[in-house]
Design a protein around this ligand. Sequence first.
Ligand code: NAD
Ligand code: MG
Length: 401
Amino acid sequence: MQTITILGATGSIGSSTLDVISRHPERYKLYAVSGFSNLPRLADIVIKHEPEYAVVHTEKDAIAIKTLIQERSSRFSEKSVFPKILCGQQGLIDIAKESAVDTVMSAIVGAAGLMPTMAAVKAGKKVLLANKESLVMSGELFMKAVEEHGATLIPIDSEHNAIFQCLPYEYQYGKTQESGISHILLTASGGPFRCMMPDELENVTPDQACAHPNWDMGRKISVDSASMMNKGLEFIEAKWLFGVNEQDIKVVIHPQSTIHSMVQYRDGSVLAQLGNPDMRTPIAHALAFPQRIESGVDALDFFALADFSFEKPEKDRFPNLFLAMEASALGQAATTALNAANEIAVDAFLTGKLKFTDIYKINAQVVERAHNVTLARLEDILAHDEACRAYAKESIAEINA
Ligand code: NAD
Ligand code: MG
């Protein structure tokens, strides 16, 4: 029996994880969950799965969730089944490193995921990593901590999970130089704006940006997919996860999202992982690794598949992707800056305070301003993240002035 903490249980990845877990009650026990703004959803999760712990943002939320749980289920008026409610970042860290926990699903969106994910790594857990932002913010330190503390890191991002599956077993972590690999081929759907001209992007709305053709995801990653910043963040994620250089990763647009990514070998072979676009596949793979379990995803029907097509990404349509590649080559301060700026810019876009095309401008200005800093410790990274958020807010105010 694996005991599991889900950081970000109320989100899209959290829900898919709960779905897979509930198909295998003999294998998995949910130990702890966290939520943030959607307390009714968290209450429903607690009632259905009866974890030992639930983490909310504030003390006020802790009181509210208790009331919600009691209102929704009479069973929970008994103290014996009531979970312990914890609050804030310390609560997240506690459920990530708790000794009774084997596996931590890191599915909080954004920089808020870094410290609890690090806590799971430092406690030597099996860490299922959906929160790509933690690697973008702290790649080298993060991977060092994985090695030092003997954590097992399995990527959940569908592309990285695919690459992981296409690598030889003994080379899954950073030994790619000796493995005969020529390139990692990171596939991208191109998102909802793949066929739009650059000047048409000026006035797109948040709802248009969040209407992804193939994947159903949270709003931040949906906007990142529309701008292809998501692929940029994934480029940086791949570099750290698999210990490769920038020139060893190629981005290929594959609009059907059936091939989730590929590894090209020196002998001419290309290994690909295919499947329907449903995150329950990589989640089930990571949960059961190295075994395989049923995930609830339909089998791929080859006879119903449309054409497989491939395109090169263009810089004038997807400048954020190319900015991320440049930031990756510049180093840690640049990618931390990029992540911070992008979180602020995407939030401003989603709340109607910034044009879609201005997300790139904010990101580029902050990377330019803040790439030349040395970040040796986690505290330096957090301080840099904070400073870059302030720079991004200044840039947004200037653009809107
Ligand atoms: P989501 O918005 O649906 O869910 C985010 C979760 O994070 C929620 O549970 C929310 O309560 C929590 N959260 C948000 N802000 C928080 C904060 N400040 N403190 C604590 N918790 C907070 O997002 P999602 O689509 O599930 O994505 C989660 C992560 O997984 C992201 O890093 C994303 O890039 C990655 N990811 C998602 C998908 C996908 O298909 N959805 C695919 C690959 C990778
Ligand atoms: Mg992905």
